[in-house]
Design a binder for this molecule. Sequence first.
Ligand code: 5GP
Ligand code: ZN
Length: 113
Amino acid sequence: MSCLFCKIIAGEIPATKVYEDDDIVAFNDIAPQAPMHVLILPRAHVATLNDLGSEHDAIVGAIVRRAAAIAKARGYDTSGYRTVFNCNADAGQAVFHVHLHVLGGRKMAWPPG
Ligand code: 5GP
Ligand code: ZN
């Protein structure tokens, strides 16, 4: 198993987990780009957004709804927050296990860099 995030899920590499259930895991990004920077991912390994199928629809929904729940718990639901799935090279995807970035606690620029 060479995937970094699979190793975190398995507990082989430490991370500050903020949520987990049977299907998804959320932990703090090691290099936070905002006061809140959480990554939410499926336990099952899926490399990129391109590899998602209809069998993943429920889990993707759970990831997105968990992002909203975590943002609300931190008090960012009204002020706002950013969610990002990077896919492949031009988007800067560095870890090839699908993950949703959830950033909040500062004003975000648009368009993104
Ligand atoms: P990507 O560029 O693939 O969308 O995002 C990968 C994210 O994983 C980056 O924001 C990076 O800081 C984070 N990351 C990389 N290695 C680790 C690690 O070992 N632990 C944690 N918690 N985050 C990591
Ligand atoms: Zn993985």
